[in-house]
Design a protein around this ligand. Structure first.
Ligand code: COA
Length: 265
């Protein structure tokens, strides 16, 4: 894909810049950031894979504060069984001390610019529905939606963010085209049909009894699965009330790219 224009901005975290990661040093920085943010070298994409993704037309973006690498996002082209292509963003992260200053959003906007320039109009990724901050960032801040849901999608992992719990995931779909955006704006203003509120106790604080967390997670799973099985789509999240808002999309809306019925693992 064509390089994203650099975006420089001053925030509480200082000046930062988002650039396409092209050199081996930049690709290494993306890999190291992913390992550091997830607290696990196993979770990080090696720079060799990132180089291949970048060379093959994917997006590999690096955010820097001065010369220091502080955030990243990367993804590749996906294709539905019906042959519709979209961008599959696999991972994005910002170092904890640089969060909540707009760097995550700047990375996603740079990714959007690259994806639009490549002629695609949808970006898909997954997130943990128990995480209030991620839900707010994806659904309210970026205006993305979510339709698919899978229990334990990546299997249990011991990294700092997954903490050995089942990796339940919602599939985010960020529609970049004007008709979809206009329809979603209309629905957010008055077309909400259902809501799912995060049960008390989620997100679970570190050190919480695993059996207790699983019990609460089961409640959320059932509520999300029930709402989504009615053909509704998550169109918003309110962080104050910790509530997902759902609506019915018109029949012309694109079919979900991923996250339909689970394949037998
Ligand atoms: C998700 C992530 C990339 C966002 O990066 P960031 O630089 O903090 O993003 P921004 O500053 O652009 O926006 C964050 C927004 O979430 C909000 N937020 C963060 N934590 C929150 C919480 N617990 N409750 C409510 N809102 C929260 C911030 O206030 C901000 O919203 P605002 O601009 O409306 O105030 C970053 O939190 C991160 O690296 N998380 C760990 C890795 C991860 O989960 N990656 C994404 C998987 S989908």
């Amino acid at each position: 894909m064509s390089p994203a224009p650099d975006s420089a901005k001053a925030t509480d975290a200082g000046e930062y810049l988002v650039v396409p990661a092209r050199t081996l040093e930049e690709l290494d920085a993306v890999s190291s950031l992913q390992a550091e943010i997830w607290g696990s070298p196993q979770i990080a994409a090696p720079s060799t894979l990132l180089r291949a993704i970048s060379e093959a037309g994917g997006t590999v973006l690096l955010a820097k504060a001065g010369v220091r690498p502080v955030g990243f996002a990367y993804g590749f082209t996906g294709r539905t069984p019906a042959g519709v292509t979209y961008h599959r963003s696999h991972s994005a992260g910002v170092l904890p001390e640089f969060r909540n200053s707009g760097i995550g959003r700047a990375l996603k906007l740079a990714q959007r610019r690259e994806v639009l320039a490549a002629g695609l109009d949808r970006i898909v990724w997954t997130f943990d529905p128990t995480q209030v901050g991620n839900a707010h960032f994806n659904l309210r801040r970026l205006g993305a939606t979510a339709r698919g849901f899978r229990r334990d999608f990546y299997g249990r992992r011991d990294d700092a963010l997954s903490r050995g719990l089942p990796t339940d995931r919602l599939f985010v779909e960020w529609f970049l085209g004007a008709p979809e955006q206009a329809e979603l704006t209309r629905l957010r203003r008055g077309g909400r049909l259902a809501s799912v509120t995060l049960p008390e106790g989620l997100p679970a604080p570190p050190g919480e009894d695993a059996a207790r967390v699983l019990e609460i997670q089961e409640v959320l799973r059932e509520q999300l699965e029930s709402a989504l099985s009615k053909g509704l789509q998550i169109i918003d999240f309110d962080a104050d009330s910790r509530t997902y808002q759902l609506a019915e999309l018109p029949s012309w809306f694109p079919e979900p790219a991923e996250g339909g019925a689970a394949a037998s693992d």
